[in-house]
Design a protein around this ligand. Structure first.
Ligand code: ADP
Ligand code: MG
Ligand code: ZN
Length: 484
């Protein structure tokens, strides 16, 4: 069987965190908790004759994303009606953009697992409005129109992704950028971001685009990865069996972990797109674009490069730290407080992340942990000065993580300082060897692996508070004497 590769393009729908909706003054509320149908008006209910007005803040947020994704911003963009019937769409059409989107021809660079980078081209980013929310209970379907008219930005990539893993990496990077820009929380459990991969497969080496399927409305990056991987395998098996992939819109059955056909794919013609007659053409002058560009924050890639240059971090460590804005800020606060950057990075991505993971705590909430940036900085300094060992530092991270406090005070109060007095260390070695004459004899008779065992005993005797290299030297010297 020939080797296959996937061809994937992603459509990402991100709600924009504006105060009000896309075309009316209704507030944007959390659709998972607000009382249903409490924030609606004639415009978002689709009453005949009600007129939409464009939310300037939403356009601005769309521009922020477009510019962050290296897109061109055409001087004009235009809203268009996309007609279809569904109970969550009272107007019978969605106001979207079609021929003239807000932003076009950008790219997003992703880091691949093999250490290479890849530019994924962004075809377009356009503004539209969200639909209402349907809840199906037994025998009934409930419609909540609080979400109807919430601003959405649809970001469409070219089909440049070649595996489920690449799709996942791209999605993570995109979400990080949206969060940095302050336009979307990335909280997919609240439905504020939905991902739709378009997937086809082809023999490696071919450049053809075979028939694709589109998986609708994935609401976590994990389901994006799983659904894509499943669909890729399904299509390969189909081609291999002599069959054909049918163009279709699929859903992801989370319980059974399979893709299921929802409908055979409609084409653009079915939507009867035409320019929205109730809205003027959107004119976006260069001054506005430059204004928005100037207001962009430092984005993850720029911050990663700065961390590498300014702090001497590896590309990998820097990328891990900047992936979450709050983590990057925590790291910088610890360095500002005097912590050695590499030491801070190591404890942060090692011990601290491990403790947060074990609690199921999100990295974005790092600002709330009890171990403060200055405390971590102080801890790293104690290690660097040789006051405490790495082993003790690791235990202290746990203590501080659980209860907070000042590292130096804890070291003093519990006598955790590293033992470096050669006499004290030498005595501990001697005591240990005296207490284990059998093992010492076997070591001296050639059983070399016992050295490690004896070393462990001495370190335990010193409660882990000694420099292992010094102890190893003393141990070797005393064993040599006993060979005598
Ligand atoms: P539509 O407008 O019907 O959604 P588009 O042509 O605009 O379709 O493409 C939507 C997405 O599908 C884009 O991300 C695009 O890169 C991707 N895509 C198009 N053709 C293929 C294909 N053969 N295999 C995989 N993805 C594809
Ligand atoms: Mg589509
Ligand atoms: Zn409204």
């Amino acid at each position: 069987m020939p080797a296959y590769e996937a061809v994937i393009g992603l459509e990402v729908h991100a709600e924009l965190e504006t105060a009000s909706k896309m075309f009316c003054a209704c507030a944007v509320v959390d659709s998972t908790s607000a009382e249903p149908n409490t924030v609606t008006c004639p415009v978002c209910l689709g009453m005949p004759g009600a007129l939409p007005v464009v939310n300037q803040r939403a356009v601005e947020m769309g521009l922020r994303v477009g510019l962050a994704l290296n897109c061109a911003i055409p001087p004009f963009s235009q809203f268009a009606r996309k007609s279809y019937f569904y109970p969550d769409l009272p107007k019978g059409y969605q106001i979207s953009q079609y021929e003239y989107p807000l932003a076009i021809n950008g790219w997003l660079e992703i880091d691949l697992p093999d250490g290479m980078t890849k530019r994924v081209r962004i075809r377009r980013a356009h503004l539209e409005e969200d639909t209402g929310k349907l809840t199906h209970t037994d025998g009934h379907s409930l419609v909540d129109l609080n979400r109807a008219g919430v601003p959405l930005l649809e970001i469409v990539s070219e089909a440049d992704l070649r595996s489920a893993e690449e799709a996942e990496i791209y999605a993570r990077k995109l979400v990080a950028i949206l969060r940095y820009l302050g336009v979307n929380s990335g909280d997919m459990s609240k439905g504020v971001l939905r991902i739709e991969p378009n997937i086809s497969v082809r023999p490696v080496g071919s450049s053809e685009f075979r028939t694709r399927t589109e998986i609708k409305n994935l609401n976590s990056i994990r389901s994006l990865a799983r659904a894509s991987a499943y669909e890729i395998e399904r299509q390969i098996a189909l081609w291999e069996a002599g069959g054909q992939v049918q163009q279709a819109t699929l859903g992801w059955d989370e319980a059974r972990q399979v893709t299921v056909v929802q409908r055979v794919k409609e084409s653009a013609d079915d939507y009867r797109y035409f320019p929205e007659p109730d809205l003027p053409v959107l004119e976006i002058g260069p001054a506005w674009v430059e204004d928005v560009r100037m207001g962009l924050p430092e984005l993850p890639d720029a911050r990663r490069d700065r961390f590498m240059g300014q702090f001497g971090l590896s590309r990998y460590d820097a990328a891990v730290l900047v992936a979450e804005q709050a983590v990057a800020a925590y790291f910088e606060a610890a360095v500002t407080a005097g912590g050695d950057p590499k030491g801070v990075a190591n404890y942060l991505t090692g011990e601290v992340f491990r403790l947060m993971n074990s609690e199921g705590r999100d990295r974005q909430d790092i600002g709330a942990i009890r171990l403060t940036p200055p405390a971590l900085a102080a801890l790293v300094t104690l290690v660097r000065q040789g006051t405490i060992t790495h082993g003790v530092a690791r235990q202290l991270v746990e203590t501080l993580y659980a209860a907070g406090g000042d590292p130096a005070a804890l070291v003093a109060a519990h006598g955790l300082a590293q033992v470096s007095d050669a006499d004290v260390l030498g005595e501990a070695v001697a005591r240990t060897l005296d207490a284990h004459p059998g093992e010492v004899a076997r070591y001296l008779a050639g059983e070399e692996k016992l050295l490690k065992f004896l070393m462990g005993l001495v370190m335990r005797e010193l409660r882990g508070q000694a420099d292992a290299q010094v102890v190893a030297r003393l141990l070797a010297a005393q064993l040599a004497q006993r060979r005598g």
